[in-house]
Design a protein around this ligand. Structure first.
Ligand code: CIR
Length: 256
């Protein structure tokens, strides 16, 4: 069960966030704020207490707090984001992590290692880590070493096309994963039940399981139906402005 979520308000500089899809246009700040309000309400509806941090205009992508830390059941791991314009975001998250974790229970990924939380998928006590343009071999080595020291485990998943691991695969408990594209056939996930996300709904592979409910982005009817058919209560929330800069539902919070 998750008890807490941490989110950070988007700033006006959101329009300068990194994107692989400039053809979608720039995020509209006012709409992004409304969607963020609704996202917070969706999280609250799953029973968690939400810590809301103020916007930081210096970092256009800083509402995507998931990338700044990985929180496990016995420690928080402060990351070292591989995107140059985002690297300082991990440092900014530290005072908040310290409200929940003692200093000795905060671990750090250090240069030359890089790692972003969007590349980490938690399945019980095991953590899958995507090797991406943002997360390198040394970052993964440090991360797995920390996990093993803490009685947890991790394994590397090579990525081909996606930005982050969780762009294309997400665990929704009950041995079930949402998978799209390159993740449908990955041997790493052979043992799991899979809900296959159609190519034209690929963005919706990034949903979040929260205490028995699944939060799903608005506008993906096939995915929504398949998740319902699998027995989950679904909460739908619109993330259109975040999608414009490659941000999904999971990216917008830390959940623990
Ligand atoms: C970036 O490129 O870093 C942001 N525009 C999107 C980050 C998405 N975060 C995530 O998948 N965890």
């Amino acid at each position: 069960m998750f008890k807490n979520a941490i989110v950070k308000r988007p700033g006006k500089s959101l329009s300068e966030g990194i994107t692989s899809a400039p053809e979608l246009g720039k995020p509209i700040y006012e709409l992004a704020i409304k969607q963020h309000d609704a996202y917070i309400e969706a999280l609250k509806a799953t029973g968690v207490t939400v810590t809301v941090l103020e916007a930081d205009e210096r970092y256009p992508d800083s509402c995507f707090v998931e990338d700044t830390a990985v929180i496990t059941r016995n420690c928080a791991i402060s990351t070292n984001p591989g995107a140059g314009t985002r690297n300082g975001e991990a440092q900014e998250m530290l005072p908040t992590l310290k409200k929940f974790f003692a200093d000795e229970d905060i671990e750090y990924i250090k240069a030359p290692g890089t790692l972003e939380g969007g590349d980490v998928m938690m399945v019980g006590d095991h953590f899958y880590v995507g090797r991406s343009a943002r997360t390198n071999e040394e970052g993964i080595r440090q991360f797995i070493e920390i996990l093993e020291r803490r009685g947890l485990s991790g394994s590397e998943v090579p990525l081909e096309h996606v930005l982050h691991l969780k762009t294309g695969v997400n665990y929704i408990e009950n041995d079930t994963m949402l998978v799209s594209g390159e993740f449908v056939e990955k041997p790493d996930f052979a043992r799991f039940k899979k809900i296959i996300i159609p190519e034209d709904e690929a963005y919706a592979a990034n949903c979040i399981w929260m205490n028995g409910k699944v939060i799903v982005p608005e506008g993906y009817p096939v995915t929504t139906e398949r998740i319902r058919e699998a027995g989950y209560e679904v909460i739908i929330t619109d993330t259109s402005e975040y999608k414009k800069i490659d941000g999904g539902l999971s990216c917008l919070s830390l959940r623990f």
